[in-house]
Design a protein around this ligand. Sequence first.
Ligand code: SF4
Length: 412
Amino acid sequence: MAVLYPGPYMAAVNSLGHQMIYFIANSVEGVMAERFVTDVEGSVESGARLSDFDVVLITLHFEGQLHVLSRILRSEGLSPGRGPILIGGGPALSNPLPGSFILDACFLGDGEPAVPKMLQILAEGGSPEDLEGLGAFVRGRASFVRSSLSYVPDRQIEVHLGQGPPVNPFLLEVNRGCSRGCRFCLLGWTQRPRRDRPWSQLRDQVELASSAGFTKVYLIGSEILAHPRIADLLWLIVERGLSFSLPSLRADLITRDILEAARASGERTITVAPETGSVRLKRVINKFIENETLLDLARDARELGFKKMRVYLMAGLPFEEKEDLQASADLIRSLSTHIRVEVSLSPFVPKPFTPFQWAPMDRPEELRSKAKFLSSRVPVRVKVGHPGRAAVQALISLGGREVGRVVWEASA
Ligand code: SF4
């Protein structure tokens, strides 16, 4: 079988989901898996063609990857319903309808518990219809499975340039899911509840990273700081002489101890995602992080030697007014009196199964004008997400099977 990531090789290596599916598939009796990415001709392992395989498992992190997948299939002379059985999974298939035009089955929940059973069924001659009940959306019927995070890979893909240590980071998932319920967030509504990896697993993974010669650990999780042993984990990584990299953090959970561990690991940037500086809008989106907390964090970070704070904001949130954007600008101005600030401004995209799924989305010209408004009122650089791409994301997030047909036709 083939394990396909619709993106370049290094992006695939940095996808824990892709790596896990590859290792799980190879552990199933009678199954041999090879990887496919966009910048390697044929499979990574043997150069075989996609059409040589009976089953293709595909990980889709972003909606736009459905288009990339369509182009890969076309370049291999494949089309929906003809050729290998195509099975997808990942956050971009939370609404499986567009993907179901191209794929024979879409996994809705976690892959670890389902993939071995699914591959056994297919290896014994089963069809996609037989996967019903295993957590897949097949021919209009859906089921859902959750992982308890008992599986953890006992090795990771290493990329070496010459004799040195792996140049890629070791991927360590601290927890999965989040129950905070921010109203715009797909994860906050489709990946409930948060599940923490046991301390023994985390400790063993750090030892594995260290003994395999990795120099950097990427910590993965939507609510990393809520793990009860997070500080112990960070200090263990530091003690083993490794550095770590954190995703964006909830500012109200960052303690001085966490900051000190991050500095000891060599981090110089702290990333937070308050989404807005407006107190009113914070309540609307149900993500209430006090501006004062952010300012305290900026002061502490500066004091401890951090050079930069990266701040994720959103534009076009439901019920947003000009005053809310002004409040975001005010927050950025205040933060930048304490530390160098870099702003990433993302357009709000309505996501399926969230309270905001039917909320209207700003048109690209409105988003551009809001980005201009904010940029002109802050003394820092603002990186703006592409409004056109956001519109396509929204279409695939909320569309039906007919959107899958459009994506397929557009890839010709
Ligand atoms: S935005 Fe972050 S804190 Fe809020 S629900 Fe999503 S993952 Fe959880």
